[in-house]
Design a protein around this ligand. Structure first.
Ligand code: HEC
Ligand code: HEC
Length: 360
């Protein structure tokens, strides 16, 4: 076949052709360069919890063959988008669809073999009977109400023999992501390498499993009240007073000691930034600690270590003295860990009392 190339016939169309190519290059160039790198995105957003190679950590392993065999791409995408509210696993709402896809492709690259197809067909079962079976076979790990195991993966509180924490099944994020078929496959197969065993091998029948799936699905109708932190919870607790600076600092120390804390140190805000000896002594941080509380909080979630020891900042500002503390109630939301809520509420109360005592 004879090919025609009209563009090369005269200078004018050649010129147009070049312009067009140029424009196309400009349009295609950045788009091609921006093709998301799944590995890089995974390392940035997921690896800290799920491990560089998907072997797990704070988060459950993602590389295990049995998991990869039952999880659909759809399940991954929805899990990344919804997260698991209150269960540490964040929701990633700002990643583009392409970025989420690229992450899924990266996670998939750890496993050879076919990916399961998305199958929305509901599993029919006897929910009441399923509830009985659930109490007998599942509640010990996943909790009476499907609230999941305690702790957050790598915590001091989890029993040593359970290297992986049982996920919450009564969780909006999980229920939005998992199909009946996936739950069923998980129960049939189990996940080798984790405490989650195959319940067929445990002697349950497929009918038993269908009943349990029906019960697990019923969680969607009876969600646990999830104590989400109100959106208007301020990031900082603040107070101000007309009392003299030195008096306020002493009052903060007294109040902390009175609340069973040990003073650790008082340090200028700009220590290490200003030349030694020239720090601003009217802008200081009082550090204090209560070891019981510290261990308790760390056992719930090691990441609270970032905000410990406890501290109150005291700043002289004209003829006022201002006090600032991080609002611990915001931490639970930051960490997406509802187990922290109680400890954080307690700590918020203590901070509020210290600020009160120092400013009254
Ligand atoms: C010995 C503890 C244990 C028992 C008993 C147990 N599980 Fe699990 N289950 C786990 C753990 C741990 C995982 C997480 C496995 C992983 O990391 O992939 C899990 C995972 C799951 C998952 C997948 C959840 C997700 O987020 O991917 C489902 C569904 C599930 N279990 C349901 C059940 C049901 C229903 C029963 C009762 C028939 C049951 N499990 C019994 C420990 C247990
Ligand atoms: C701050 C820690 C953390 C980060 C960051 C995180 N996850 Fe998770 N992820 C978890 C935890 C914890 C769970 C288990 C939820 C539970 O216990 O109910 C989980 C669960 C999951 C599950 C469900 C696993 C299963 O067995 O069904 C998938 C899939 C997942 N995460 C993927 C990701 C991906 C992909 C990223 C990055 C985009 C990511 N996670 C980022 C902590 C995290």
């Amino acid at each position: 076949m004879k090919r025609r190339n009209p563009r090369s016939r005269n200078g004018m169309s050649m010129h147009r052709h070049l312009c067009l190519t140029f424009v196309l290059l400009i349009m295609a160039g950045p788009a091609a360069a921006a093709a998301p790198d799944g590995r890089e995105l995974y390392l940035r957003h997921c690896a800290a919890c799920h491990g560089e190679n998907g072997y797990g950590g704070v988060g459950v392993p993602l590389a295990l063959p049995d998991f990869q065999h039952t999880a659909t791409d759809e399940y991954f995408i929805r899990t990344i988008r919804h997260g698991r509210p209150g269960r540490v696993m964040p929701s990633f709402t700002r990643l583009s669809d392409e970025e989420v896809r690229a992450i899924v492709e990266h996670v998939r690259s750890w496993h050879e073999g076919p990916r399961p197809a998305h199958d929305p067909a509901p599993v029919k079962g006897d929910e009441k009977r399923g509830a009985r079976l659930y109490r007998e076979h599942c509640a010990g790990c996943h909790g009476d109400h499907g609230q999941g195991g305690h702790g957050t993966g790598v915590t001091f509180s989890r029993p040593r023999e359970l290297p992986i924490i049982a996920p919450a099944l009564n969780n909006r994020g999980f229920l939005a992501a998992a199909t009946d078929q996936m739950i069923k496959q998980t129960l049939m197969r189990g996940r080798k390498g984790t405490p989650m065993v195959s319940f067929l091998e445990q002697g349950l029948t497929e009918k038993d499993i269908d009943d349990i799936v029906a019960f697990v699905r019923s969680f969607a109708r009876n969600p646990l009240p999830h104590n989400e932190v109100p959106a208007d919870e301020p990031p900082l607790l603040m107070a101000e007073t007309d009392r003299p600076f030195d008096e306020v600092v002493e009052a903060v120390k007294r109040a902390a000691v009175g609340a069973n804390f040990r003073l650790i140190r008082v340090q200028p805000l700009d220590q290490g930034l200003a030349p030694p000896g020239q720090e601003d002594q009217r802008r200081i941080i009082v550090y204090f600690c209560n070891f019981n509380f510290l261990y308790q909080a760390l056992a719930i979630d090691p990441r609270v270590g970032m905000f410990l020891p406890c501290r109150v900042t005291v700043v002289e500002d004209g003829d006022k003295v201002r006090l600032l503390a991080i609002n611990p109630t915001r931490l639970s939301r930051l960490f997406n860990n509802s187990e922290l809520d109680r400890a954080c509420a307690e700590m918020a109360e203590i901070y509020a009392n210290i600020l009160d005592e120092a400013t009254l």
